[in-house]
Design a protein around this ligand. Sequence first.
Ligand SMILES: Cc1cc2nc3c(=O)[nH]c(=O)nc-3n(C[C@H](O)[C@H](O)[C@H](O)COP(=O)(O)O)c2cc1C
Length: 443
Amino acid sequence: MTASIDFGVLFGASGRHLAGWRFPGGNAGAELDVDEAIRLAQRYEGAGFSALFVADVVSIWGEHLDSLSRTTRASYFEPITLLSTLAAVTERIGLVATATTSYNEPFTIARKFASLDHISQGRAGWNVVTSVVPLEAANFGRDAHYGHAERYARATEFVDAVQGLWDTVADDAFPRDKESGIYLDRAGRRALNYRGEHLATAGPLNISRPPQGHPVIFQAGASDTGRAFAARYGEVIFAGPRSLEEARTYRAALDEALRAEGRTHDDVRVWPGLTPIIGSTHEEAARLRDQLNDLLHDDVLRRVIQDNVGDVDFSDFDLDAPLPELPESNRSKSRAASILSLAREEGLTLRQLGVRWAGGGVVGTPEEIADHIQEWVQAGVADGFNLAFPYLPDSADVFIDTVLPELERRGIWRPHYGATLRDTLGLPRPDLTIAQLQEASAS
Ligand SMILES: Cc1cc2nc3c(=O)[nH]c(=O)nc-3n(C[C@H](O)[C@H](O)[C@H](O)COP(=O)(O)O)c2cc1C
């Protein structure tokens, strides 16, 4: 049997398109509807998607309430809490939660993801982010967010510490032997005593080793610093190239960064994002895209760009003029660069840019969407895709019912769940026996 690509799906009950909730049949009010979340998770698992991915920001998404009051981003579940619920009503699908290294402590994160991995019997993944929304800082006692370099330096220590904590307990540390009365073999657990420049934690962890050894690390760094970080730790990498050419450039740069870390192309899975807008004809799909985009309010168009490129107030910017020159911001460097180059290359007005960013996607028939997927897979730039359905539940249903069978017919994709998320993705498990732990402690 040929290898299959994987599909992750951005999990949010209202869809990726910022006006998707307003669309006829769109899931307005569903973002906190746990029954709908369960229904969707089970639908995605039934379809054979490899993982659910829950994004997160530890504040409201923006300061501009005129814009925020027009999207479902005003209210959302904390990811690990949501995924713990979904773990209990699914059996195979991976559960990937976003957690920031800027506003957490390694011990809390190591413990929570170990718990999620146990609750789900080996299906947890951690999307490691460093935070990009300035409001997050104030929720954690800081006047301003860490600078880009500093937050990645902290993130490096953070992931070392979390993985170190998962390695404070051997796989066979718990004999739970009624006869001898030994529950935990003391030789199977040791302290970590991690002390870095930015953080410190002693350990050991107060839970047995995660079923996967380490929950799977997801990452999306794309700037030079971010890509180096992704190459060091990432096992699945979310990428956001706008074209096949950009995807090729990105993959080549990532492979080089992987080599610098002593890793190879095959050590990571790269999943570009994909928002499919599907119609029974190309024209119908384009009409659907236009209908969705017509529902985007001017405030949303202005802010979706402002919130990604800078710390400058866009209130007085003319939506129908090109984007003015902007100072460098402390947000996502790669995302800002991508938006700015799109604007300049195609000479877009702020309105056109906002529409592209808030509502962009691949538009076409099921065959055309399958062609796009096939082209990227065959070019060697995608091991899977991170799907973000524009509105729910209908656009997910259309993809599942029309594109998946086409991909299966072409031999590109098939349902292929393993016992754990690592197995599903073909990633090795880091084993750690008591003997290995003792050897490591001695050296
Ligand atoms: C698919 C995808 C999902 C992301 N999800 C989140 C998220 O949930 N929270 C967050 O703060 N950043 C998120 N990011 C942003 C990344 O963490 C990162 O900041 C971004 O990719 C840019 O990296 P850079 O700092 O190297 O420019 C996401 C990025 C991508 C491509």
